[in-house]
Design a protein around this ligand. Structure first.
Ligand code: SF4
Length: 284
């Protein structure tokens, strides 16, 4: 039986992208290949907010995710990959994860809820464990699945074949890749973040959309440039713009301009409903 290191497992409303407003189980795996310390910072600067939290944590350890402070700069799910907090993410068998999922569903079984596998970056090594999880008898009634990914990890041949099989008896578009490519506002480099071949591979298996997190007109222009690259590589899906910021004050400053920028280009606007609804707390 396979195992997964799980940062969070919770039931909430999907706040972003194609499934905005849909009741969803979120399975947040541990680990990421990026840090995204540039979010919310002046161009070229990196956030040290998490370092301050880590110092506090050394003095007086946090025992669970919901006690961790929220950040307004850098990656808002920092504890899902930062090794200083890794002890908060247990390693669980796929049986335990399936049981945990059923436990948090309101009817104790799948109805119309959607499963979001997120991170961190969920398409790192955990690809080898998902077939065990998704084939579990308690997971068979699941109708729709999304991977929220940064779009940098190729699918292994085995996992790609498995996903083709998983889709076979389900509705068209049952499998979605919500790809959030990291622009320079994140602090990550273009060459490592914008990988059209990876997105084309996802598109061969499921429905793919791009969701760019932007804070300025300059970021939107960069999103245009990235979209052209993806299209040259064969990408055919929709594009969303979403404001930066996991904290309401930051978010409100950005939202309207981001919506206008999306409209101007015929792109879609994605809110972050978890911010106004739940203040972006852990577990939402
Ligand atoms: S890719 Fe996502 S999870 Fe990873 S550091 Fe960036 S924002 Fe955080």
């Amino acid at each position: 039986m396979s195992k997964l290191k799980i940062a969070e497992l919770f039931y909430s409303i999907q706040g972003e992208g194609r499934y905005m407003g849909v009741p969803s189980v979120f399975l947040r795996t541990y680990g990421c290949n990026f840090k995204c310390a540039g979010f919310g910072m002046p161009k070229g600067e990196l956030s040290s907010e998490v370092d301050d939290i880590a110092i506090q944590h050394e003095r007086n350890p946090y025992k669970q995710y919901k006690d961790l402070p929220l950040v307004s700069t850098g990656c808002d799910s920092y504890a899902s990959w930062d090794p200083r907090f890794k002890h908060l993410s247990p390693v669980l068998s796929t049986d335990s994860v399936a049981d945990g999922i059923i436990d948090i569903l309101p009817h104790g079984r799948w109805m119309d809820e959607h499963l979001v596998i997120t991170g961190g970056e969920p398409l790192l090594g955990w690809q080898r464990a998902y077939p065990d999880l998704l084939s579990h008898e308690k997971m068979r009634p699941l109708k729709e699945l999304t991977f929220e990914t940064n779009g940098t990890q190729m699918l292994s041949t085995e996992f790609r074949d498995y996903l083709q099989e998983w889709k076979r008896n389900r509705e068209k578009n049952a499998l979605t890749f919500s790809v959030s490519p990291k622009l320079s506002v994140s602090g990550e480099s273009w060459n490592e973040a914008i990988l059209p071949d990876v997105i084309r591979q996802y598109q061969d298996v499921g429905f793919v959309y791009l969701k760019f997190v932007v804070a300025s007109e300059e970021d939107v222009l960069e999103a245009e440039k990235a979209t052209q690259e993806y299209k040259k590589g064969g990408f055919k899906g929709p594009v969303y713009l979403m404001p930066v910021g996991g904290v309401e004050s930051v978010y409100e400053m950005n939202a309207k301009n981001v919506a206008l920028a999306a409209m101007k280009r015929g792109w879609r606007y994605s809110d972050r409903l978890q911010v106004p609804l739940f203040k972006n707390e852990w577990g939402t």
